[in-house]
Design a protein around this ligand. Structure first.
Ligand SMILES: Nc1ncnc2c1ncn2[C@@H]1O[C@H](COP(=O)(O)OP(=O)(O)OP(=O)(O)O)[C@@H](O)[C@H]1O
Ligand SMILES: [Mg+2]
Length: 282
């Protein structure tokens, strides 16, 4: 397993962000994909469904996403919508890559049980893939990050998941039903604006100075929750997930936790890319 190297991780994430934003194949050299060698990851998140595609050497090939309301707190609540969104993402990818996608891996929040695993695998299969694996989200993130020891804090749309790894094994999991959506609600309440407007304001990087002090208590609360897990916490502490996308997040969180924290660039893509690494055929 590779060592935790934030620089090379950031390089990969920037590369993926470039691919996903332009929605094109990363390298023009790729003409004929051997579809039996492509690895596909499906992240059914609360705020979006993300599709990631790697080649046999784990090189990033393609990425796409669609916003959805089909998943709540990491659990699929609208089966048909999830399938339809995923089908569309698959068809679009196949057009760009000129090949049929055969297999895919998925993920679930930790400790959500066999039933939610089955639902995710059914969504993937119903969309036309053979589902090769359904792993838990922090394990996917840890694989992409290349850590055997460490604490992964994933702050997504609906939930915050804290997972502590020791010698490659999960030794503690905590799931808190607070995430980026909660930050949007706090902001909406403060300015008396709709959720849609609050979401837009929250994501506006140029407004961070004004926005962050309002959502700061939410970030601090996450830090306090993490602190409650001492002395089990292992280093490094790595924060991922879309809701960590504030410049002032890092210092605020580190101050409460009392030790350095690491945040990759484009933290929302860590788990989706990790999931694709598990699309392996035996
Ligand atoms: N630039 C940004 N600034 C602030 N918040 C952001 C930004 N980009 C995304 N977010 C927030 O991140 C959250 C989505 O994060 P992510 O994509 O990791 O969640 P998810 O995987 O869909 O959800 P979950 O893991 O809870 O199922 C949303 O609440 C969104 O508003
Ligand atoms: Mg997520």
């Amino acid at each position: 397993m590779k060592k935790f190297d934030l620089r090379s991780i950031n390089k990969e994430l920037c590369n993926f962000a470039n691919v996903i934003n332009k929605n094109k194949v990363e390298s023009k050299d790729y003409q004929d994909f051997n579809n039996k060698e492509l690895k596909v990851g499906v992240d059914l998140g609360t705020s979006s469904i993300v599709l990631t595609i790697l080649d046999n050497n784990n090189k990033i090939i393609y990425g796409d996403f669609a916003y959805d309301n089909a998943v709540r707190d990491g659990i699929v609540v609208n089966f048909l919508d999830s399938v339809n969104i995923l089908k569309e993402l698959k068809e679009k990818a196949e057009k760009v890559l000129h090949t049929e996608l055969l297999t895919a891996a998925g993920a679930i929040p930790p400790q959500t049980g066999e039933k939610s695993k089955k639902i995710v695998s059914n969504v993937i299969e119903e969309a036309g893939f053979k589902c090769t694996n359904v792993i838990d989200e922090p394990t996917a993130a840890a694989k992409f990050l290349g850590i055997e020891n460490g604490t992964v804090v994933d702050i997504g749309g609906g939930t915050t998941g804290i997972t502590i790894f020791k010698d490659k094994k999960i030794i503690k999991v905590l799931d808190e039903p607070t995430g980026g959506f909660h930050m949007t609600l706090v902001l909406g309440g403060r300015y008396h604006i709709s959720n849609k407007e609050a979401e837009k304001l929250k994501r506006d990087h140029s407004k961070e100075k004004e926005v962050f002090p309002i959502i700061k208590p939410v970030v601090e609360k996450m830090g306090v929750i993490l602190n409650s897990m001492r002395p089990l916490i292992t280093s490094p502490i790595i924060v991922v997930g879309g809701a960590t996308n504030f410049e002032q997040f890092d210092a605020t969180f580190a101050k409460i936790v009392g030790q350095p924290i690491y945040k990759p660039k484009y933290p929302e893509f860590v788990t989706p890319l990790g999931i694709a690494l598990f699309d392996t055929r035996i």
